[in-house]
Design a protein around this ligand. Sequence first.
Ligand code: ADP
Length: 270
Amino acid sequence: YYEVKIVPVTLEENNERYIVILHDITNERMLENVRKEFISNVSHELRTPLTSIHGYAEALLEDDLSNREIVRKFLKIIESESARMTRLINDLLDLEKLESGNSQFIFEEINFTEVLEHVRHIIEPLAEDYGVEVEFTYPDKLLLIGDKDRLIQMVLNLVDNAIKYTSLKEKGEKIVKVDAYKEGNNIVVQVKDTGVGIPEEAQKRLFERFYRVDKARSRKLGGTGLGLSIVKTIVEHHKGTIEFFSKEGVGTTFKITLPINKEEKLNETI
Ligand code: ADP
């Protein structure tokens, strides 16, 4: 995209010339489009739960409230939809902070094993609710320089997805395996599930904000479409890499490689 400016220059009478100034505005235009799309996505995502909250509240107000079961059911929907809105806003603020550079990472020497133990505790009741078995394998010590809370969030998002998308499978074993090990100067963590998998055509777009293979399905699982964007941003702040392999109907494996690499990152503000 170019912005064109034409400036007439009169050198002498009857001899008018023009200077054409071309200003390359491709970047600005692209940023503007990204911003517009983002706002439209956010509005849409917020409007969906709001519409449902409004609808059910209205129905309750018009009802004589004599059927306790229905009242409970509607209140439950209102509660879970408002919880989803809160999650969405928290995820958005988190992502904004991570990406704008306003968030200070606290890099210190940590034992990555403790990250996994923490995730294991949080995830246990969820796994049980969803009827999925989760198996962790890691050594006692996996030292690395990193931000512990962010790393917990990173693994948690992956395991949370793995459990939920595995629970959707109708038959076959439902197991999620989380492995971590040291490989050269890196710590590798893999989250392997036996879930529904990701169709090939969707794989390129997986880390985009709000991208979901199936919006209705993700919503039902309480998803916001921001989880993987957050994971990717945290990985990048640790100068690591993320990749995945997936086959529809068979399962998905996410693999994150983080450099142990302390000196470079100690107390760095990003
Ligand atoms: P969501 O909140 O919808 O889970 P994410 O950003 O975490 O959003 O993931 C984006 C999309 O990627 C999901 O909606 C889902 O379609 C797909 N996805 C992520 N993890 C898995 C997985 N382990 N198995 C199958 N699909 C997955």
